[in-house]
Design a protein around this ligand. Sequence first.
Ligand SMILES: Cc1cc2nc3c(=O)[nH]c(=O)nc-3n(C[C@H](O)[C@H](O)[C@H](O)COP(=O)(O)OP(=O)(O)OC[C@H]3O[C@@H](n4cnc5c(N)ncnc54)[C@H](O)[C@@H]3O)c2cc1C
Length: 387
Amino acid sequence: MKHTVDVAIIGASVGGATAALHLARAGYSVLLCDKAAFPRKKACGEGLSHIALNELLAIGIDVQKEGAPSVPYYGFSFFEKSRRETLRLSEEPSKPHGIGIGRFYLDELLIQNARAAGADVILGVAPQVNHHENFVEIMLCDKSYRCRSLILATGAYSRFPRELRIPEERQKKERLAVRIEAHVSTSNLEGLLPVVIENDFQAVCTPIAPDALTIGLMATAHGETNINATGLVNIIKRIEDVLGCKLEISGETHGAPSIGSVRRPAVYKNIFCIGDASSQLDPIGGMGMTQAILTARVTAETIARSFRCQDFSERVMAKNHIQNICNVVRPLKGYTLLSYMSLSNALGRETLGRIKTSFLAKQTMSAQSDRILPLSRALLSVAGRLS
Ligand SMILES: Cc1cc2nc3c(=O)[nH]c(=O)nc-3n(C[C@H](O)[C@H](O)[C@H](O)COP(=O)(O)OP(=O)(O)OC[C@H]3O[C@@H](n4cnc5c(N)ncnc54)[C@H](O)[C@@H]3O)c2cc1C
């Protein structure tokens, strides 16, 4: 059976579901699909920044009031060897720096909102895609959907960008990144996320419920890709020492094949790449979901503009889009870079002096600089104290 939709979105995680919500609310017919069945857990540190929280609030989703368990946090405690540094980024109880929330709940919540806005949502089935000059055809559950624009929100590891011949740039070497869930009381963390830094790994411990913690574990840039079983036991022991209690590790561990390694154009012909499908931010800054949610909105705006003008030429679609995407992503990249450099500096492996102030200013000065610059300054001061 043949159907026509305005926009098809492959990948129904934070980026895809947010794009579907924007477009369906604007009155466009949307197909949102994902090979995974939801709700599901996935490799993520599960810290949702205040920037993302505000962005969702602006479209009527108050994540903290929707009934899903979440824990606000107000800053970080860095633990490196015997040192501890505290970075409190918000003092106001009603304005946390972010919240810990399981992707099991968050992604499902966004899908429910997209569905309520009118998006046709099909989960648990992998689609096939045929790309034509003026349209894209999606085959799913014995049905064929013809659409004007396609959004790839498939994260960093999907086969589609290659199948659709979207150009890509491969960057750093592969690094281990893994999500471990631990059961432990999180009430004594004083609203701060512990970040444990060792020679070959960094672990961000995000409380996601009063009795559960997500450990986002990443090899440092120079670290080996694989941390073996003994290494993992030692890491958990180190985190237990820092937290001063025993962790009960849940059997489920979710890994990511690589992080921060691929970059693709935000628009290629009539295909848009959003979130991790376009570029991955190092998880240490906790800006990945923020990038997915912001690029989803900007992309929905571009597509809506193309429909209004009935002009789908790549030149017109790309004209303001690339700049608008840069405006929202650049400051997030700047902040991520700073977080990474601060932690590296804490390890004595790099010096902040190596990043030129002008470069940082360029990275962080933009529409959102008012939100990002204070964080960047705070990070710089902690890095200075640690080094
Ligand atoms: C260890 C780790 C810790 C992290 N910590 C944080 C953090 O604390 N805070 C933060 O904001 N970010 C963090 N991130 C980054 C964050 O997880 C990602 O940036 C974010 O999930 C990207 O969202 P997305 O919607 O672009 O893609 P994803 O969340 O990756 O979703 C892609 C979706 O596409 C679907 N898909 C893929 N291929 C296909 C296909 N062929 N057909 C159909 N569907 C397909 C997948 O099933 C998936 O649901 C972390 C990442 C890692 C690895």
